[in-house]
Design a protein around this ligand. Structure first.
Ligand SMILES: Nc1nc2c(ncn2[C@@H]2O[C@H](COP(=O)(O)OP(=O)(O)OP(=O)(O)O)[C@@H](O)[C@H]2O)c(=O)[nH]1
Ligand SMILES: [Mg+2]
Length: 361
């Protein structure tokens, strides 16, 4: 899974990227127009416990790719424009984190001269909407022309979907807020639209204004939140400082500022919720591993995430939930006696925290 960090200039995108990845970029690379990419390991206390229990040779956490997307520039009219670099990078992302500036820093004034999160979110959204409208209008024109010449079934099906999307965009509504069927989403995928991607709005706040930050999150969630959009706050400056400290010192530092959660933990929790992701585990003496899947995936589909061959060769899954396993002292045989270790078939809907072993041919 790939998440892109986007936002207006000087909002704190690279600060968030560095705080989360613990990669500290040198100032010269921050000025370059190239995206920064890193893989982050998804922390999971349950996997840590399983590892202590099994003492495997290897422990593998779930991974997320994070990209600090660069490339917004001011156009001649003064409006914001995306560079080709930006568009290429964003189109590949599964979800976006939009960093919105809400911190004060006299050394780096806000490009608009004042702090206004709602305005900045709208500015950014408008650019995304215009970009999507361009793509859809071009396609609509082409389809209409083609349909005058010959009747193509696929195009006939495509036309009303694109028209529906266009109407929403004209009404300044991002497509992530529109109810779309699975088929519609599949069809639209080829256009690599921007406003269809789930969006986490990350408000970069002053550490001294935590109450204000919470109020702002509620306000943004009320006006923008909903299907596929959520708002959270983080404290860029503090989060970056914290990422440079060893874990125990970072915890003390957080307590000192009354911060409950690091930017990394917030981002992962929210991204999982936004994308409907969950984890299951495989355990053993060789390896204990966390795997990320979409909610609602069946045992057979989940097996395919471990190895594509397992889809066709799937026989059954041995399943016990982490909580039940631990409640029985981390013993498979005790969990089995209690009826909580089960054999499940292809169609079993995997739950977050299931420990699974796939039986295959
Ligand atoms: N006081 C304060 N300064 C911050 C905070 N976050 C970022 N900054 C500063 O604001 C400036 C811009 O931060 P960046 O993280 O580089 O912002 P960016 O969005 O990556 O900027 P561009 O890539 O140039 O668009 C830097 O000088 C940061 O040190 C914050 O939470 N508090
Ligand atoms: Mg940057």
């Amino acid at each position: 899974m790939q998440i892109g960090i986007v936002g207006l200039p000087f909002s704190g995108k690279s600060t968030l990227f560095q705080a989360i990845t613990r990669i500290h970029l040198d100032p010269s690379s921050l000025k370059k127009a190239e995206p920064h990419l890193a893989t982050i390991k998804v922390p999971d206390a349950r996997l840590d416990t399983l590892s202590t229990l099994f003492k495997p040779q290897k422990t593998t956490q779930a991974m997320i790719e994070l990209i600090d997307v660069v490339g917004l520039k001011k156009g001649e009219s003064g409006s914001t424009q995306f560079t080709t670099n930006f568009l290429t990078s964003v189109k590949m992302n599964d979800a976006l984190v939009q960093v919105v500036r809400q911190f004060t820093n006299d050394a780096v004034p806000h490009p608009e001269g004042s702090l206004d999160a709602i305005r900045d979110i709208a500015t950014f959204e408008t650019e995304f909407i215009i970009s999507d409208m361009g793509i859809i209008e071009t396609r609509l024109e082409r389809i209409k022309k083609q349909l005058q010449r010959s009747q193509d079934d696929t195009m006939k099906r495509e036309l009303p979907i694109l028209e529906k999307c266009n109407q929403f965009l004209q009404a300044e509504k991002p497509l992530r807020e529109v109810d779309l069927t699975k088929e519609e989403i599949l069809l639209l995928r080829t256009y690599q639209l921007l406003t269809i991607k789930p969006m986490l709005i990350a408000l970069n706040c002053d550490e001294t204004g935590q109450k204000a930050a919470e109020d702002l999150v509620s306000r943004v969630n009320e006006s923008k939140g909903g299907k596929n959009t959520r708002a959270v706050s983080f404290f860029g400056k503090i989060d970056l400082e914290m990422s440079e400290l060893p874990d125990d010192e970072a915890s003390a530092f957080m307590a000192e500022y009354g911060i409950h959660e690091s930017a990394l933990a917030t981002l992962i929790r929210e991204a999982y919720a936004l994308l409907g992701l969950q984890s299951f585990f495989t355990v053993g003496e060789d390896e204990c591993r966390a795997w990320t899947i979409r909610r609602g995936m069946t045992a057979q589909e989940a097996a395919g995430v471990i190895h594509s061959d397992f889809v066709n060769k799937f026989i059954r899954a041995e399943v016990v939930h982490y909580d039940h396993f631990m409640a029985h002292g981390g013993s498979f045989s005790k969990a089995k006696e209690a009826g909580q270790w089960r054999l499940e078939g292809k169609e079993y809907a995997v739950k977050d925290g299931d420990i699974m072993s796939i039986r295959h041919s």
